[in-house]
Design a protein around this ligand. Structure first.
Ligand SMILES: Nc1nc2c(c(=O)[nH]1)N(C=O)[C@@H](CNc1ccc(C(=O)N[C@@H](CCC(=O)O)C(=O)O)cc1)CN2
Ligand SMILES: Nc1ncnc2c1ncn2[C@@H]1O[C@H](COP(=O)(O)OP(=O)(O)OP(=O)(O)O)[C@@H](O)[C@H]1O
Length: 197
């Protein structure tokens, strides 16, 4: 394992423990605070499709925020794993959900595939540059690279608890910095630094 891969593995363990230490009450408050921020954010006045996620484990719950977006007439999509890559499928009320492995569920194969204008990205840890680390399978790194190729204006927003912030996430050449981080205390626009490449 490279030094960076080892540092990432340590950081994942630490960040997961921090996320799991939050109380149920704090989690619920944080999820509703996200919804309030999203309801006021002018970014969503000019976009159509938001790629979100259905939470697992101790991830911050984006569903109140997704409801706020649906109220604003945006279309929602959630990631399905297809041939090792993420495909964003339209999330509809009463739509079928299928198990994806890793404890996740996604809209079924009959759902429409949408190209998100904004992507809400789950994460274990982030830093002030907008670097993030996830579960280490590279799904989001690859999906963001692929989506940016067809939609250069894609806005990526990491969703997290304030407690997920760390001094510095180790970055590799494939890592992409997030355009924004949204936590219970509001939106942060990372310090302007270019992604590793
Ligand atoms: N909510 C959610 N959906 C998602 C992701 C995610 O991170 N979060 N993904 C992002 O890639 C994709 C699914 N890939 C995943 C890959 C690995 C693990 C994973 O390692 N899970 C932990 C257990 C999670 C927990 O309970 O905290 C594990 O298996 O040890 C999860 C999802 C697409 N859907
Ligand atoms: N754009 C890409 N193209 C090809 N492989 C990639 C790309 N991005 C990441 N990978 C591969 O994915 C693996 C995991 O990357 P990394 O450790 O950054 O995961 P992560 O950011 O924690 O995971 P995730 O994106 O799933 O949340 C690495 O082995 C990396 O080589």
């Amino acid at each position: 394992m490279s030094d960076i891969a080892a540092a990432k593995a340590d950081l994942r363990r630490m960040a997961r423990a921090r996320r799991e230490a939050l109380t149920p009450g704090a989690r619920i408050e944080a999820a509703f605070a996200l919804a309030e921020h999203v309801a006021r954010d002018t970014l969503f006045e000019t976009v159509d499709v938001v790629g979100a996620y259905l939470p697992i484990g101790s991830e911050i719950d984006p569903r109140p925020a997704m409801m706020a977006l649906a109220d604003r007439r945006l279309r929602l999509a959630a990631p399905a794993i297809v041939n090792g890559d993420l495909e964003f499928r339209e999330l509809l009320r009463d739509g079928e959900l299928v198990a994806q492995g890793h404890g996740t569920v996604a809209p079924g194969a009959a759902a429409r595939v949408l190209a998100p204008d904004v992507l809400l990205v789950p994460l274990l840890a982030f830093d002030r540059r907008g670097a993030r680390i996830g579960y280490g399978r590279g799904f989001y790194d690859r999906a963001i690279a692929r989506l940016l190729a067809v939609k250069p204006g894609l806005v990526t927003i990491g969703l997290a608890f304030d407690a997920q912030e760390v001094a510095e996430v180790p970055v590799e050449p494939h890592d992409r910095f997030l355009d924004r981080i949204l936590t219970e205390s509001g939106v942060r626009v990372p310090s302007a630094t270019a992604s590793p490449r």
